[in-house]
Design a protein around this ligand. Sequence first.
Ligand SMILES: [Fe+2]
Ligand SMILES: [Fe+2]
Length: 377
Amino acid sequence: MLKFNENGKFTVMAFGDTHMDDIFSKEGQKKYNDMLALHYAALDEFSPDLCVYMGDNCRIYNLDTPAAVADFKTRIELVTNPVRERNIPFASVFGNHCHDYGYEKEQLGVYMSLPGCIMRNDSPEDVTGFANYNEFIYSHDGKTPLFNLWFIDSNNLGEDGVSKYDFVHKDQIEWYEKRAAEIAAANGGEVMPAFLFQHIPVPEEYDLLRPAKLWETPVAARGHSSWQDEYYMLKDGVTGYLGEGPACPDVNSGQFESWKKTGDIIGACFGHDHLNDFCGEVDGIALMQTKTAGFGCYTDGCRSGVRVITFYENDLRHFETKMKHFKEFGLKAKSLGPFMRTLTDRQSINLHYAAYSAGAVAGVAAAVAGIKNLRRK
Ligand SMILES: [Fe+2]
Ligand SMILES: [Fe+2]
């Protein structure tokens, strides 16, 4: 049972896309050890009551055989070791890459077999997604459910040819609304305040951004997919860091509108974007990113980090949140070269763009030279 502590607080730590797809190679071991250092330092400092893995934790290619399932279990155990060693309950949502090769039920079975894991599927079999569920936080005496946590499967790639990434489907939204109504009915007819964890962000995240002015372009982030014709900056009042265009679905399935209509969700935390860790409010609901908490995917120097969210028993519609990054823990990454270690996130991204542009220019120059040579012959 999750419950507020004696001081009336409940702290959640979110670990964004760890992408520990490769743990056992020499390079993979370095990345894994850097990830462990971050997770241990963060757990020591914040002592969370619940940890949430935001999906894309560890990609698998098949789970056809018992040996493959055992191998996946070993990997998930390794990723979750810091949390499990401390007997901290943990949850996970599925990321898009968890759906790449199927086997979601097998993956869920592995998670559910681990002591302390609360991940499961509460929605009926025919509802989209493999892990839609909710969990209450009880009063500190353990008697009364006071606050609700939602965990929603945001699926994989869009299958309609319109949206690059998939979205939370209508039947999932209907399941959420029905379940929220049941919770409210059991709560004396009062809506129960809630917070939601999901891998792929809702498109309303773009409401936290504004188009960059021409001179701001070098420090702005290009929009993703439908938004790619524009460069963006965070609006005033939005905290944290915008490192890339949020990779939201191009189709708005109405999930955010459903939250507004239902009235329970005070905030939502997303993964998927490995560089973003901004946080701001849209129509009274806080939307926040948590960037990668590992080194297994594209990162920005030593800026991997964790998000900490604290809820309060005596003020259920109020919470506090902050990010803390690898460097801020005083850690040194062994999986990154000396150059990458010194980079700030924005420098890292600008260099990436510069290298990409230089490569493109070199490619065009080589092609032109080749054509000239052919003509001479
Ligand atoms: Fe993702
Ligand atoms: Fe990812």
